[in-house]
Design a protein around this ligand. Structure first.
Ligand code: PLP
Length: 388
């Protein structure tokens, strides 16, 4: 248990809140959740479910109308038919990740994960006893990967390959050509399963992203992680789903029965309303994220010592901070304590995150521009005092 890592976002959030309680004015750009409320018709569906008496356990894999709504949504988004029997509804996106990694991880096994990447992958891989093999993502390649390099990491001990596009923390989106090459190469490695974390799949600003669901040749070893948290601003409802290969869906369901029994019933009804209701609230949120991105990234690029690529998806900016001369954790701490801006050190996402900070731009435009102003003023003060 001592070796189990955590998510730095929650630690920085606690420090930011402690500073606020002392009366400090802190801008919080460290946490990855939409700053919008859950759309009203979804809240109403959850409320109605409670009023209608949906207070008991449900089927462990999720109520059928919800799994059917997920299947219909997959047809709408990806044009792919998936049986509702392969859908496992779980309390949040993280649960699919935990189940998949625990299913494949054991001492001697290797699991490949994106680096920099969502820290829970590496934490759980190590917890399972497996060896975590980082798949490097380079700024120069738009934080995508080279299929050749990924295929080169596969050994006879590789059990699972974790992919995440659009990505946390970089906002990188893997181009379809690279996925085509990867899937073609995976034909030589039939024993390797794939978990594709597509939780930011609807937060895309230039072009499109390609779901791994579109490759039938890997359907028998592909686990899709998705959910409602980001797309529908529902992080606190704890609602996610996995699409599992036929051979793994019952084992995954047994993990659900042995851990959480089922997802709370009212959240499942709210989930149906989210998928079957108007798209307009989602479109509005995505448009707002796009506008913020278009203003915040140039504002970061105007700061001395920072340079930031335009992220293609999700709601994160991942600027290169090497020219400030500070390492990521020092800059994270000093910006919080001295400039009143909470961001996350890139190293919270693995070793390859050194030299970067992550900002979540799920915050109002004025707040984002004020944050950039504060950071700029702090950097200038620091540069001036160093010169003096
Ligand atoms: N996957 C990625 C890449 C994420 O960034 C997150 C949350 O930040 C999750 C999964 C987990 O989402 P949830 O809150 O639904 O568990």
């Amino acid at each position: 248990m001592h070796g189990l890592g955590t998510e730095a976002a929650f630690e920085v959030l606690a420090r930011a809140n402690a500073l606020r309680r002392q009366g400090r004015d802190i801008i919080n750009l460290c946490i990855g959740q939409p700053d919008f409320p859950t759309p009203g018709h979804i809240v109403e569906a959850g409320r109605k479910a409670l009023a209608d008496g949906h207070h008991g356990y449900t089927e462990a894999n999720g109520i059928l109308p919800l799994r059917e709504a997920v299947a219909a949504d997959i047809v709408r988004r990806h044009g792919v038919d998936v049986s509702p029997e392969r859908v496992l509804v779980v309390p949040g996106g993280k649960v699919t990740m935990f189940f998949a990694i625990m299913m494949f991880g054991e001492p001697g096994a290797e699991i490949i994960h994106p680096c920099p990447g969502f820290p829970v992958y590496e934490n759980v891989i190590r917890f399972s006893g497996a060896t975590a093999v980082p798949m490097p993502l380079y700024e120069s390649k738009g934080f995508s990967f080279s299929a050749e390099e990924v295929l080169g990491l596969i050994t006879p001990r590789t059990r699972l390959l974790i992919l995440n596009s659009p990505a946390n923390p970089t906002g990188g989106v893997v181009p379809k050509e690279e996925l085509d090459k990867l899937v073609a190469g995976l034909a030589r490695h039939p024993g390797v399963a794939i978990m594709s974390d597509e939780i930011y799949g609807e937060m895309i600003y230039d072009g499109t992203y390609t779901s791994l669901l579109r490759y039938p040749e890997i359907a028998d070893r592909l686990i899709i992680l998705d959910g409602w948290s980001k797309t529908y601003a529902m992080t606190g409802w704890r609602l996610g789903y996995g699409v599992w290969p036929e051979s793994l869906v019952r084992p995954a369901e047994r993990l659900a029965i042995n851990s959480h029994s089922c997802v709370n019933a009212s959240a499942q009804y709210a989930g149906i309303a989210a998928l079957t209701g108007p798209r307009e609230p989602v479109n509005r949120m995505v448009k707002a994220f796009a506008e913020r991105r278009d203003a915040f990234i140039p504002a970061l690029n105007a700061l001395p010592g920072l340079s930031c690529r335009m992220p293609g998806g999700a709601f994160y900016a991942f600027p290169n901070i090497a020219r400030t001369g500070l390492d990521a954790r020092t800059l994270q701490a000093r910006l919080l304590e001295e400039a009143g801006v909470a961001a996350l050190a890139g190293t919270s996402f693995g070793d390859m995150g050194e030299g970067y900070l992550r900002f979540s731009y799920a915050a109002g435009l004025d707040t984002l521009l004020e944050a950039a102003k504060r950071i700029g003023a702090w950097l200038e003060r620091r540069n001036a005092s160093e010169e003096a």
